[in-house]
Design a protein around this ligand. Sequence first.
Ligand code: UDP
Length: 499
Amino acid sequence: MALLPEMLNFVLIPLMAPGHMIPMIDMAKLFADRGVIVTIVTTPLNAIRFNAVIDRAISSGLPIRLLQLRFPCEEAGLPVGCESADTLPSYKLIRNFYDAAKMLQKPLEQMLRRLQPAPSCIICDKHLTWTADLSNNLQIPRIVFDGMSCFTQLIVHHLYISKVHETVPESEPFVVPSLPDRIEFTKLQLPGMFNPSSLDVHDIREQIRVTEKQCYGMVVNSFEDLEQRYVDEFRNIRGRKVWCIGPLSLFNRENLDKAQRGNKASIDTNQCLRWLDSHKPDSVIYACLGSLSRLTPSQFIELALGLEASNYPFILVIKGGEKTEEIEKWILEDGFEERTKERGLLIRGWAPQVLILSHSSIGGFLTHCGWNSTLEGICSGVPLITWPLFAEQFFNEKLVVQILGTGVRVGAEAVVDLISQERPGMKVMKDEVKAAIDMVMDKGKKGCERREKAKKLKELAKRSVEEGGSSYLNTTLLIQDIEQLVKKNKQSTQGSFIT
Ligand code: UDP
């Protein structure tokens, strides 16, 4: 007899950073909507960020539970209350942050041993490498959530094998071998694992690589129509189970869920919607460079002046961090906000990004190409103005600009150093920002073609998560896979654990 889906309990263990927690909360809703009990492991301050969304999901009948663990900031040498990577005063503390997360293993193991129904699998962020031991100790399969596209996965794989980037000067383009398309990068554009910076986390990266290889399977926040050849290739090289179940942001169907996703917005949602309503369709540029990046004041000024020079209405999200005061001083003294107040909206802090992007007045998204933002831009059907900063963001830019044909680069040429947030000797200038915006908003043949492509992708994304779509089917396959595994392990007389 097949196990009933309600007997399955998926335990989700996200990394405590917005770009990692947000898609996993969406994922919780997705599985719960398909009848699986979902237990989300989190910490008190992160729970506060998500309470509104989760409580609403639970009230609507979805079987979601929160399992809260104290985050040991003090023991790990972190300031009190630093429970999410975006609240770290500096990236210098990232090792302490991982140490604190690792301390969750023991208490979590004890709690999971008592959990009813027993966990059927854990789905955990790849950065939480200790979950490999947790899965072994508890004898439950571990599925890794990587948070990136299959395009990126393949590039990373082929760079590790070929080491082609090690033999060229750092600003000289090289071709990544064995990919379905001809893809070029310079070493300066590569993420830290191939392009070391002042952040010394080589050992953590190595551990991530090793433990990722040992997992039962992987869930990917992407959809097959977006990057089919890369999905196929990645499945081939992995020889393991890869389930593309995204775009996960589409599991926020109500305005309230979109508005409260990830954090409390620092602007009144109705005011934001009224502002958007007052603009024509496809006319506004939304500029937000993710949750973690902190532009240097001089780089922020170029972005702001570029937006001003472009003459389109805009929303600019400001995340100053340590440099907030300096940035605010410039805004005031230069008169930027005053000069642009008729057509510019500044959001200081957390923007309700998905709500904004789903408004018809948005005509272009200036993004740092974090994978979540990239996908959210794709789901909104607008062309992207790409400004990659670090990690795998140059890979996402390449996918959008070269493969999908829905983006225009501002011309960033090198990853920023995560600690200083600077690109040595390099800055994107206001004229480059203006030129990229003008190209994206162009009503000529090329601009219209780009916009048409973006609109088509939006439709494909939507279809993939609807009943019968590829992501819908992949979700079914993943649930069935775990169902079978649980059944086999229950029936096994030897009691040996199959993964
Ligand atoms: N985000 C948001 N409001 C903000 C900044 C970010 O809602 O003011 C969300 C955004 O929608 C995305 C996530 O935070 O879901 C950022 O993830 P991404 O992978 O794009 O970039 P990261 O922040 O990890 O660099």
